[in-house]
Ligand binder design. Structure first.
Ligand code: PRX
Length: 635
């Protein structure tokens, strides 16, 4: 029996139990049967969770790009690997076959080597969502260089701190990037960033927007001429299983960003296995994940997971609102997309618009819908299910993190019965536990606690680049011997998990633990509300009280505010209980969000507390101007 694919609920439990009882055998089999190795491992796993030391597939030798590309050539050489859909719908889509991908990655890998990049060197990739981004990432992996993709929306100072932290030797960027109706001056941002970086020797520039840019003599080179001169074939570097594959920065709760380090073999096995099962991928499917490759979702589920399975993966340069709110659905229709994976924030934004935008297009090709990045509220879940999935495509609400490398808790489509707002069950190989404040494991169902993982899985990050101590302290100290996710979760009567949000977002009101996510859920269901964020603020009697920042839909705009506040509170009371009543409500036009769409709650907490002294670093906000507006509008 192969463990690579789960075919039924019964089989899921069988595989799951096998992975609990004999994790080594379970992963050994999956790794053995589904990948190409130069040399197999001596030992499946070795770990010390107290010390945050984990190794998988010890002493195995492999190259991930041989598995993503070369091994598909015989059978799938003419199949589309990457389907590029440009920002402008008038520009033609590009179908890059596996053969073409092989050629382009080999040439790019040779360019990198010609420019002096060697195994172990760090390369910062700051590119828009164009094929060269995928090709640059794979070319690094081909020669064993460690890619550090920085989302091409980060500011110069954010780029500089990331380049410096990992000591990048090269930056790959573009003259500019298209994003909706805007053109972003990427090269200008890199020029500014590199004023503060000493380690970068070369900058390779892709031509995309034809923007006039400065080229610094001796440092900057156009990529295209180098590619034209490059040799066609490239011998992939033989990598050890635990050689670093990439660094990806994620924001810490405080201080500087954390460069999460992922290594080669474990990440490969895990991203491939999870992709195959969570999206029930079949040979002729057209899979689309709308994330950016600058985030872990793009790494694992635009590039590595799909390509490892020989899939066709859509690479979309644009945004959901350009040229209109039907853009996502137009692309689904045009390319007959079968799996569609996006974030709740996008779903909510689109749900605010007329659903005629969805109905205009034929979405009958869709089989599976996915959600990732934050808890999906009930209203958004139903909108997604009703209008996009037409109640026939299961929604996989996938819980995971940059640190986990791949999906950890998720329904398997057509197998696990879904339940709105629940990520449901752990994937085989994943052992979640809920912990109480006294560091005890909470047994049984219908319980809430801090979500930890008690056994290593192949895709987990191995360290924080240059700071193993921080890695250990952040993830392995709160609950010694276990990986602490930073999230709270509840386990319902059948053992399904619902992620309630970051543990630091829990507010204790009159001694009751209240997750902010379910309260927001309830508020968002009010017909006049578009989005909300709840934080705690100090209260004389209750200890903490709740403060709600609420964005209204157009339908709520002209209404009597006092009445609306009353209505919203009644709504919350009836959904959660009177304890969840908000003491203060402020209507706002936007919420401070990071570029990945997460609300930056620490700022809202400060405003709610009336402490304007130090907002900390707001440079990573998408809309920093909103902070001032909210502050001014405070009651
Ligand atoms: O709080 C959880 C939330 O996003 C966090 C991880 O963020 P990041 O590292 O940026 O990775 C996002 C993409 C994997 C988690 O700790 N989160 C992610 N997915 C879900 C979620 N919360 C609830 N439900 C989810 N499906």
């Amino acid at each position: 029996m192969s463990y690579y694919q789960v075919g039924s609920l019964e089989q899921y439990f069988k595989h799951y139990n096998k992975s609990l009882r004999e994790p080594r055998k379970f992963w050994d089999r999956i790794a053995d049967e589904n990948f190409t190795w130069y040399q197999k491992w001596d030992k499946v796993v070795e770990f010390d969770m107290q010390e945050a030391e984990v190794k998988w597939f010890l002493n195995a030798k492999v190259n991930i790009t041989k598995n993503c590309i070369d091994r598909h050539l015989a059978k799938r050489g003419d199949k589309t690997a990457i389907l590029f859909e440009p920002n402008n719908p008038e520009e033609e889509a590009q179908h890059i076959t596996y053969n073409q991908l092989y050629d382009r990655v080999c040439k790019m890998a040779n360019v990198l080597r010609d420019q002096g990049i060697q195994k172990g060197d760090r390369v910062c990739i700051y590119l828009p969502m164009i094929p060269e981004l995928a090709i640059a990432v794979l070319a690094c992996a081909r020669i064993g260089a460690i890619h550090s993709v920085v989302f091409a929306g980060f500011s110069a100072s954010a780029v500089a701190s990331r380049v410096n932290d990992s000591g990048c030797k090269m930056v790959i960027t573009a003259d500019g990037g298209f994003r909706g109706s805007k053109t972003i001056d990427l090269k200008g941002i890199i020029d500014e960033a590199l004023e503060k970086c000493d380690t970068v020797e070369n900058v390779l520039v892709v031509k995309r927007t034809n923007t006039t840019i400065n080229m610094k003599e001796g440092r900057d080179k156009w990529l295209q001429p180098l590619l034209e001169e490059a040799q066609p074939n490239n011998v992939a570097e033989i990598m050890d299983a635990e050689d670093p594959l990439f660094i990806l920065y994620t924001s810490g709760s405080t201080g500087k960003p954390k460069g999460m380090l992922h290594t080669t073999a474990g990440y490969m096995v895990y991203s491939a296995y999870t992709f195959k099962n969570v999206f029930a991928y079949q040979e002729n499917d057209v899979y689309w994940c709308t994330a950016d490759i600058g985030w872990i979702t793009g790494h694992s589920y635009i590039l590595y997971g799909p390509l490892l399975n020989g899939a066709t993966t859509v690479l979309f340069e644009g945004v959901p609102s350009y040229p209109d709110f039907g853009r996502f659905w137009e692309v689904v229709d045009k390319h007959k997309v079968t799996q569609f994976y996006t974030a709740p924030t996008a779903i909510r934004a689109l749900a605010k618009e007329n659903w005629e935008w969805v109905n205009k297009y034929d979405l009958s090709s869709l089989k599976v819908l996915g959600s990732v990045g934050e808890p999906i509220n009930e209203e958004a879940w139903h909108w997604y299910n009703d209008h996009v999935g037409k109640k026939k495509s299961p929604i996989v609400d996938t819980w995971w993190q940059t640190e986990t490398g791949g999906i950890m808790i998720s329904p398997l489509p057509f197998i696990t019965p879904t339940k709105p707002t629940y990520a449901t069950l752990p994937l085989p190989g994943v052992q979640p536990v809920l912990m109480d404040d006294k560091r005890n494991e909470i047994e049984g169902n219908q319980v809430v606690g801090s979500l930890c993982i008690k056994f290593p899985w192949p895709g987990m990050a191995r360290t924080i680049w240059g700071d193993h101590q921080r890695f250990k302290e952040t993830y392995f100290t709160a609950f010694p011997g276990k990986y602490f996710t930073g999230d709270g979760a509840l386990r319902d009567e059948v053992g399904y998990y619902r992620i309630t949000g970051r543990v630091d977002d829990v507010v204790i009101v009159s001694g009751h633990n209240l997750g902010t996510a379910p309260i927001e859920d309830a508020i968002n269901e009010h017909p006049a509300v578009a989005e909300s964020a709840i934080v705690g603020f100090p209260h004389d009697v209750k200890g903490n009280a709740l403060y709600g920042f609420i964005i209204l839909k157009e339908t709520g705009e002209g209404r009597d505010r006092d009445n609306l506040m009353k209505e919203i509170n009644e709504h919350v009371s009836s959904h959660i209980g009177p304890i969840a009543k908000l003491d203060k409500i402020q209507f706002v036009s936007g919420l401070p969000k990071t570029r990945s769409g997460k609300i930056m709650r620490r700022i809202l907490r400060k405003i709610a507390e009336g402490d304007y002294s130090n907002f900390g670093d707001i440079s990573t906000l998408l809309n920093p101007e909103i902070v001032e507006e909210i502050k001014e509008g405070k009651l």
